[in-house]
Design a binder for this molecule. Sequence first.
Ligand SMILES: [Zn+2]
Length: 234
Amino acid sequence: MTELLAHQDAYLKEFEATVIAINPEENAIALNQTAFYPEGGGQPYDTGWLDDSPVTKVKRQGGEIWHWIEGKLPAVGTTIHGKIDWERRHKLMRTHTAFHILCGVVWRDYAAQVTGGNMDLLKGRMDFEFETLRQELVKEIEEKLNAEVAAARDIRVKVLPREEAFQIPDLIRTKINLLPEGITEVRTVEIEGLDLQADGGTHVANTREVGTIKIVGYKSKGKLNKRIMLEIET
Ligand SMILES: [Zn+2]
């Protein structure tokens, strides 16, 4: 099992770890703990370095988090120094939080539920059941998003027992009930006063860290389903 240090501290940039497994065919290694975020929940993986070897991809496979590296594989049991590409990760954190702001605003003011989404560095898309979305609303939503950035809301991460999490109406709305049976704890990410979700991603500590959000487009994906495309200014 790999402990994901990014879950406790999204701002951790460097760490020490022990190699617990290697995969010579893939040139990948698994560590006992890591600050590297593996792909998941719409958020792309981190890149960076393990000692002097560049890390090009990170994925969770079962209980382990695997790091694809360039260069020679270390032996199992070796202590290794990890350093994530912070410039990339911080942009992904800003992007992920921007999408939670969008979810929060669209639910609070239009009662539209999110159905899916995907993000990349400082941009991405999110799909909603949002029948009434039209051009005039887009500008209005964009202004509301930036008002939430300016409101400097704190973001809080908690890990709750499953039963406790299932009592929270906001979490039920975000389809927490789809979580697999075996999961005993639920990690939640709350933008104070705006949005609460079960979430495994990394987020900034305050909405003002996101920066200016732009809605760069929207698309009708049928009568009910609408897609909103965002970009965040560098
Ligand atoms: Zn999320």
